[in-house]
Design a protein around this ligand. Structure first.
Ligand code: VG1
Ligand code: CO
Length: 542
């Protein structure tokens, strides 16, 4: 029997870069998750009798919110819910399941790379029928609805057993507990030459994959160790834990420092990789080399044709605006269309649907293709392995060859986390106001030639997204971008993206921090980072 529950709005349910992210304790308030879920159901249209996919990255609160979602989906009239066994679904696997089973949409419960646990973060994201994150038009409507919501519906039924594969009924609705790993493996087998990778590994090529106690563990054990024959122990931290073992499941040099230490240490494996909480990010390392995500995107675009799934070439490539221009060099050299979008995977969806891009990427360690509509950590790892299996060179050799051919974009992102929101806003507002006065300004021997605020006109649906980051372009082709994070849950995070290009005949072997030193100083002078925030240095450099 359907129960109608009276509620009042929480006024803070504005979805950020990827869905709603808040502290677990915020989500634990009575009606909080329910209000957001009902706001989603109220705006997404006519789904009566259709299928909804539900799953999460296994973090604290995952199971509880899955049960809530199942009951509310039944009360709202869905015909069927597909849920990953144990309530676990990586973001790319969820995207695949939505597409493969023709679902109306999906709810992914994750705060991605943010830490988990009772005092940490939780999140809910709605994905549409193409398998990708809901576009702004829908997230804006969800937010507007959440501001005036006054009731939600649910059913009074017992919890569904999420540990057993198979079907049960919740009121009129069918709930199918599925094994998403099998479907995902099938998809990867279509794209990549598993035999070639198997031979590479059988020849002694050593891999270390750090699943960071997050969602990719089961997928990585299955693919790398069982299907591709890598020895047991190749995948470390492979069991998803509700608090990710107390770590940030963020694959960067700060939070994956153990992997970095190994890859730069004695007897390093040939290839190191990691992924984040929900499995959509990737970190790529070779022996003694870290491949920046922007460079990885470029190298994958340049070599993708070596994998069977991309043998016919690429239709185009896309990157988010703050991502370095390394992939632009590849696009230019190969004559591929190039698209520049705002931060967040939702902006790639239309380009992929319209066959305008095949491979997309972000500087934040997200890379993916048109095989799903999310970024995909293991996909990037497998494409790298496929390329390595064909080229039979080391990661360092491949990157050296890449820079010698296309030039090198020295790149870093400086994050200032946990700032007072008012101070961060003030910094951005002052810099925005100063933009028209900046061209011609000389800083540390660098001259500003252009200063603007990025906005994006979607070429497919004509929607305009404003305020997507402040950009300063210098005479030398160097660039600084400033934007505020949309995924944090406490205070504000300022991201400063720094980039400088050296052509194939420029200096190829500088340390990134040395190559970017003048730009770092210029960024502080231009934006008054220390003056506004009191910080002398960033919290995290990636
Ligand atoms: C960050 C990254 C962005 C990414 C987003 C979601 O957003 O910069 O590139 O798409 O996280 O990643 P922000 O607004 O904090 O800069 V994850 O792995 O949620 O799904
Ligand atoms: Co993620």
């Amino acid at each position: 029997m359907t129960l109608t529950i009276t509620t009042t709005p929480f006024l803070d349910q504005k979805p950020g870069t990827s869905g709603l992210r808040k502290k677990v304790r915020v989500f634990q308030q009575p009606h909080y998750a329910e209000n957001f879920l009902q706001s989603v159901f109220d705006v997404i249209g006519d789904f009566g009798g259709q299928t909804l996919v539900v799953g999460g990255d296994g973090r604290y609160l995952n199971r509880e919110v899955i049960q809530t979602t199942i009951r509310m989906a039944a009360a709202n009239g869905f015909g069927r819910v597909l849920v990953g066994i144990g309530g676990i679904l990586s973001t790319p696997a969820a995207s695949n399941v939505i597409r493969k089973y023709g679902a109306f949409g999906g709810l992914i419960l994750s705060a991605s790379h943010n830490p988990g646990g009772v005092d940490e973060d939780f999140g809910i994201k709605y994905n549409i029928g193409n398998g990708g994150p809901a576009p702004e038009k829908i997230t804006d409507a969800i937010y507007a609805r959440s501001m005036i919501i006054d009731q939600y519906v649910t059913v009074d039924t017992p919890d569904v057993d999420l540990e057993q594969l198979g079907e049960t009924k919740v009121a009129e609705m069918t709930v199918a507990v599925i094994d998403p790993v099998t479907d995902y493996v099938k998809l990867m087998e279509q794209l990549f030459d598993f035999d070639a990778i198997r031979k590479l590994i059988a020849g002694g090529f050593r891999i270390r994959f750090d699943a960071m106690h997050a969602v990719t563990g089961p997928y990585a054990h299955q693919i790398l160790e069982r299907c591709l024959g890598a020895p047991a122990g190749t995948v470390v931290n492979g069991t998803p834990l509700p608090d990710f073992g107390g770590h940030h499941p963020d694959p960067n040099m700060v939070h994956a420092h153990e992997l970095f230490a190994r890859m730069f240490g004695a007897d390093a494996p040939d290839f190191g990789a990691a992924s984040d909480g929900d499995g959509d990010r990737n970190l790529i390392l070779g022996r003694n080399i870290f491949v920046t995500p922007s460079d990885s995107l470029a190298a994958l675009a340049a070599n993708a044709h070596l994998a069977p799934g991309y043998a016919g070439g690429l239709k185009g490539v896309a990157r988010s605006m703050p991502t370095s221009g390394a992939v632009d060099q590849v696009a230019h050299a190969l004559g591929l269309p190039l698209h520049e979008t705002p931060t967040g995977w939702k902006f790639f969806g239309n380009l992929l649907d319209a066959n305008m891009a095949t491979i997309c990427g972000e500087e934040s360690a997200g890379t993916g293709s048109d095989h799903v509509r999310e970024k995909d950590g293991l996909w990037a790892v497998l494409l790298w392995l496929n390329i390595l299996a064909v080229r039979r060179q080391s990661v360092a050799e491949i990157m050296a060859g890449h820079w010698a051919r296309f030039g090198r974009n020295y790149y870093a992102r400086h994050d200032y986390e946990g700032l007072e929101s008012a101070a961060a806003e003030q910094l951005i507002n002052e810099l925005r106001a100063a933009l028209p006065t900046l061209p011609g300004r000389k800083m540390k021997g660098l001259t500003v030639v252009k200063a603007d605020e990025f906005e994006y006109l979607d070429p497919v649906d004509g929607s305009l997204s404003r305020n997507q980051g402040l950009r300063l372009l210098f005479e030398s082709g160097a660039r600084i971008v400033f934007r505020l994070s949309g995924t944090g849950t406490s205070g504000a995070t300022l991201r400063v993206y720094l980039e400088r290009f050296e052509g194939p005949d420029g200096i190829l072997n500088a340390e990134t921090s040395v190559a970017l030193a003048d730009l770092v100083a210029a960024a502080d002078d231009l934006a008054g980072i220390t003056r506004h925030t009191g910080r002398k240095s960033p919290t995290v450099i990636t």
